[in-house]
Design a protein around this ligand. Structure first.
Ligand SMILES: Nc1ncnc2c1ncn2[C@@H]1O[C@H](COP(=O)(O)OP(=O)(O)O)[C@@H](O)[C@H]1O
Ligand SMILES: [Mg+2]
Length: 572
């Protein structure tokens, strides 16, 4: 019920559309009732009293009524559907923006495909329900009321007899509705699995082809698809059961009316015309009631989807702005880790890590893969919160800063070169949204990207990404570096920022990075030790602990892990 109320709340802003549709519903419902009611006087006037004038008028009247009904029906459908669509659009927007507030932990827990499915499929299913409820309640409710009035007016005793069966339908309707709700929830889950496989397949198509996985993946897809069908089949089973069960129960009503009403007519207590009008009205009445009942199952389906959607909307972000944030306009760029311990799950990924970087220093993080280097960078940008200890910027715990303020202090060049489906210029401009073309070009030049950009078909306005020009790994990396250069933040995080570059461009970019690093506190993570020889401090991590730290020469002399890594790198 709570989910239902919440669902209805989304339609509030569109009340005008709903009111128009509702008014039109009265037209539709009213004409149905009017037609049923008219049967009696018409039959009496035309066939019993042989009134030819009314007979001539009749075809025109029928046409007029149906034209009026048609217009009403159009208004009703159009406005209710657009209202439903607008409400759904709001919900979709809300999921998107609430997703944006969630932390990386959430996104690691929920695969992209499954989240996509919630925004697309689940919300879509909600929409069917919402539209059905509102139209159902309006049109069918009003129609039913009108027809009820007719049958009560014709013969109230008979009306009561015919309605006695309606409470009987409530029990199966509720049972079926509950089953459908459960099943649709599960089938939406399976639909999420399907989307998830699709998403993985299309992003990983190269690997699938290269390793000849097409058949295996096809098999997986078929199996998941079948799994989805299994649940859908069950919902169909209950859905299809719905109408026949209701009809059988209602047949009881019709049978009793024919029995009792027929007796009345035979005994002369009711005219055949009135009986006929009654039976037509009742026949017409069962249809909206049946629709109302099936709207009920469609509401259940919609509620199942709504519960899943609200679950995501209500997901509490585990990284949030503090209630009383400290303001930090422009940081000097001092970074300190104070006895930091961190876990993604149960296992400690960082153990009692302490390190500090003064303004303008370059700290290199080295160590075998899985040592925790990327994690350290993630903690500076507060993608995760530490489990113990603290990360401080200019002496302030990052948890006490507004997240926007914190992010303004940090420029990140990640090991994954993420670019968006947009022009080259705009991709660089993600570093600073109000940058002029001139600034963009300067950043591109500094990242040694300017030359290759000019060779692109439309220069800076070339579209890259899914529907655009393909870039090499090194080119992508240089655009990411340009983006960071443009951002011009006091703290710079370079996570294997040169890993995709060839030796030549690496040297160029290294120079760009050297320029960029001056005056900024930089954390650089590099596979290639050559890029960190000149760091102010090299921190060697192993299994989440700092095992050595110092300058290059000193560490070599120590003959520890650094020496080993260095020797491996240069094959000595
Ligand atoms: N999102 C994550 N969820 C769970 N474990 C993770 C996650 N990211 C990294 N890890 C684990 O944390 C450890 C350190 O990872 P990471 O900091 O990426 O290492 P590095 O960058 O030094 O190669 C690894 O054991 C890795 O498996
Ligand atoms: Mg890493």
């Amino acid at each position: 019920m709570q989910t239902f109320k919440r669902l209805i709340r989304y339609s509030k802003p569109y009340w005008l559309r709903i009111v128009i549709s509702m008014t039109a519903s009265f037209g539709v419902g009213g004409t149905d009732a009017a037609l049923a009611w008219l049967i009696e006087p018409l039959m009496r006037k035309i066939f019993t009293e042989k009134n030819l004038f009314i007979f001539k008028l009749l075809p025109l009247a029928i046409l007029a009524i149906y034209i009026f009904r048609g217009i009403c029906r159009y208004l009703q459908d159009y406005f209710i559907r657009t209202a439903g669509q607008l409400a759904i659009q709001d919900i979709r927007n809300e999921i998107y923006s609430s997703n944006m507030r969630l932390s990386l932990r959430f996104f690691h827990r929920n695969p992209a495909g499954i989240l996509m499915s919630r925004v697309v499929n689940d919300v879509g299913q909600m929409q069917d329900g919402v539209a059905n409820v509102v139209t159902g309640l309006l049109r069918d409710g009003v129609t039913a009321l009108g027809l009820l009035a007719v049958i009560f007016y014709r013969n109230w005793q008979l009306a009561i007899i015919s309605l006695l069966v309606i409470p009987l339908t409530a029990v199966p309707a509720q049972k079926i509705g509950r089953r459908i709700k459960n099943l649709s929830k599960q089938s939406l889950g399976r639909l999420g699995d399907i989307t998830s496989i699709l998403q993985e397949t299309f992003t990983g198509i190269k690997v699938i082809k290269a390793f000849g996985l097409a058949e295996r993946k096809t098999g997986e897809f078929r199996a998941t698809n079948l799994e989805y069908y299994r649940f859908v089949r069950k919902t169909y089973k209950y859905d299809a059961m719905n109408a026949p069960v209701m009809e059988m129960i209602m047949a009881l009503g019709i049978a009793s009316v024919v029995w009792f009403g027929g007796k009345d007519v035979l005994q002369g207590q009711m005219t055949p015309e009135a009986f006929f009008s009654f039976v037509v009205a009742m026949g017409m009445l069962y249809s909206p009631i049946k629709k109302l009942l099936s709207a009920y199952t469609s509401v259940q389906r919609s509620l199942a989807a709504a519960e899943r959607v609200f679950e995501i909307i209500d997901e509490k972000p585990d990284i949030e702005d503090p209630s009383e944030p400290l303001t930090l306009r422009e940081a000097k760029g001092e970074v300190e880790f104070r006895n930091v311990t961190f876990r993604y799950g149960d296992e400690e990924v960082l153990r009692n890590v302490s390190l500090s970087a003064r303004k303008g220093e370059v700290v290199a993080l080295v160590g075998p893969s899985g040592a925790g280097k990327t994690t350290i960078a993630s903690l500076i940008s507060r993608f995760y919160d530490v489990n113990d200890g603290a990360v401080l910027i200019d002496g302030i715990d990052v948890r006490r800063l507004r997240i926007d303020d914190l992010m303004r202090q940090i420029a990140l060049v990640d090991q994954e070169t993420i670019l968006f489906n947009d022009t080259i210029a705009n991709n660089i401009r993600y570093g600073k949204s109000n940058a002029t073309d001139d600034e963009v070009e300067r950043a591109a030049r500094a990242a040694f990207a300017h030359d290759f950009i000019l060779e692109m078909p439309e220069g800076y306005r070339t579209n890259i990404g899914d529907r655009g020009v393909r870039l090499s790994g090194g080119q992508r990396q240089r655009l990411c570096i340009a983006r960071a250069i443009l951002k011009d933040a006091p703290i710079l995080l370079l996570d294997e920022a040169t890993s995709a570059l060839d030796t030549e461009s690496e040297q160029m970019v290294q120079q760009a990075l050297n320029n960029l690093m001056s005056n900024r506190t930089t954390f650089v993570i590099a596979h290639r030790l050559s890029t960190i020889l000149h760091a102010d401090r090299i921190v060697v991590l192993d299994k989440g602990e700092i095992v050595e730290s110092g300058r290059h020469e000193a560490l070599l002399a120590k003959d520890g892990l650094y020496k080993k890594l260095y020797d491996m790198q240069f094959n000595i």
